[in-house]
Design a protein around this ligand. Structure first.
Ligand SMILES: [Zn+2]
Ligand SMILES: [Zn+2]
Length: 298
């Protein structure tokens, strides 16, 4: 059982070498999160839920994913910097790494060598093992740069890439000063670990389970519970069918809270050039004979 969890090289069949630093970092955060019952307070839980939404939906889904990776909308530069800084607080690496690996995922979806979290290598690989066993170009900064030249040219983003822990340490200090260790455990450890798994389910679960609205050459699917947990990103078949569209949930019941926030930014006059689903996306539809009128086209 455990043996099956050890990933192997696709070319030689040899076990891959683990990164003990990554295993220690992710493991210790999980251990810290498991101390949550001893630090429970209702205000700490509320703080953790708020930061889970802020860093997950606004930071990762909107900032890192729909804005930086897919350029599905435009924001004023000052607001882009704020939102990407919120994304750094999700503790999922800097923007060059995150956006670089995600662009690789779309360019080589399910190619076991070149897609960093290829679902073809198994559920646990796509969920978390890809972070623990360096493989291919996943941690190759030069490879990331080729995929994200514009982000890499930006001095602030290069700084965030190197010092992505600094904003987290400052936040931890602030939380400790305001609410003690209970705020640190819920606002940092519990929140980051919970959000990690929500984000990772987009790479794992939605490439294994769910329904496919669009006929596309990969196994991405729409999975309702990941749609809710990952702030709209669980409608992953919709996303792979049209990655540059700013909206992931295409019907009223495909809840996409990140899209609601984009609409708010548009109403405030800050978001422009929003790429909406078009009729051509509607014509791609098929598979399970879902009625076309169910898709929210403009
Ligand atoms: Zn995917
Ligand atoms: Zn994407």
């Amino acid at each position: 059982m455990i043996r099956n969890l050890i990933p192997r090289s696709e070319t030689t069949g040899e076990p891959l070498a683990p990164s003990w630093l990554s295993i220690a970092a992710f493991g210790s955060m999980h251990l810290l999160a498991f101390t949550a019952p001893w630090f429970f307070r209702w205000d700490s839980l509320a703080l953790g839920i708020f930061l889970y939404w802020l860093t997950g939906s606004v930071g990762i889904c909107l900032g890192y994913h729909r804005l930086l990776t897919h350029r599905s909308l435009r924001l004023p530069q000052w607001l882009e910097y704020i939102i990407v800084t919120i994304g750094v607080l999700a503790l999922q690496g800097g923007p060059v790494f995150w956006v670089g690996t995600h662009r690789m995922h779309h360019a080589y979806t399910e190619d076991g060598q070149r897609d960093p979290y290829a679902a073809s290598r198994g559920f646990w690989w796509s969920h978390v093992l890809w972070l623990l066993y360096p493989h291919g170009d996943t941690f190759n900064r030069q490879a990331h740069q080729r995929f994200v030249p514009r982000i890499h040219r930006d001095r602030y983003y290069r700084w965030l890439e190197t010092y992505f822990l600094v904003p987290q340490i400052l936040l931890a200090g602030l939380l400790w000063a305001v609410g003690g260790w209970s705020y640190v455990i819920y606002g940092i450890a519990v929140r980051c670990v919970f959000l990690w798994h929500c984000t990772w389910f987009v790479n794992s679960a939605t490439h294994f389970w769910g329904y496919q609205r669009f006929e596309i050459p990969d196994s991405s699917a729409n999975l309702w519970w990941v749609g809710i947990l990952a702030h709209g990103e669980g409608w992953h078949n919709n996303h792979h069918a049209a990655p540059n569209v700013a909206r992931s949930g295409l019907t009223w019941w495909e809840v996409d809270v990140t899209w609601w926030f984009i609409l708010l930014l548009e109403r405030l006059g800050w978001a422009s050039g929003i790429k909406r689903p078009t009729a051509s996306l509607g014509s791609k539809r098929l598979k399970q004979n879902r009625p076309s009128e169910a898709i929210a086209l403009p």
